[in-house]
Ligand binder design. Sequence first.
Ligand SMILES: [Zn+2]
Length: 129
Amino acid sequence: MIELTHKTMKIKEINHSIAYFNETNTGKYIEINKHLKKYPKLYAKVMLHESKHASTEGFWPNILIDIKDMFDIHKQLMLFAFMLKHPSSIRSLIPFFFENKRVSVNWFMLYFMLFMFLVSFVIVYNIWR
Ligand SMILES: [Zn+2]
């Protein structure tokens, strides 16, 4: 794992997922998929997104950042293409995963999936009732 210093933020390069902002007792850092460097436009958008998380306090304001991001269609298309080329990045779409013997929760994906489930349920219910 390579560590670079980006302004005051530490950057850890990882070879899965897209990116995460993390805060531990050793400081704040952004974990970012090393393959993203090959796509400077997407890399810049991902770094901007993670730096928004870094400067935002609270659970719901951070969820809101992810919701707004869904409407950046250009970024979502670039992410989709990236995921096809680098399948290990798909881990970003999984709501739960094990990391360092503990469960990490991707709260945005968890809520997003619950929301989609609810929408599907309402649609199916209205067709078959
Ligand atoms: Zn986010």
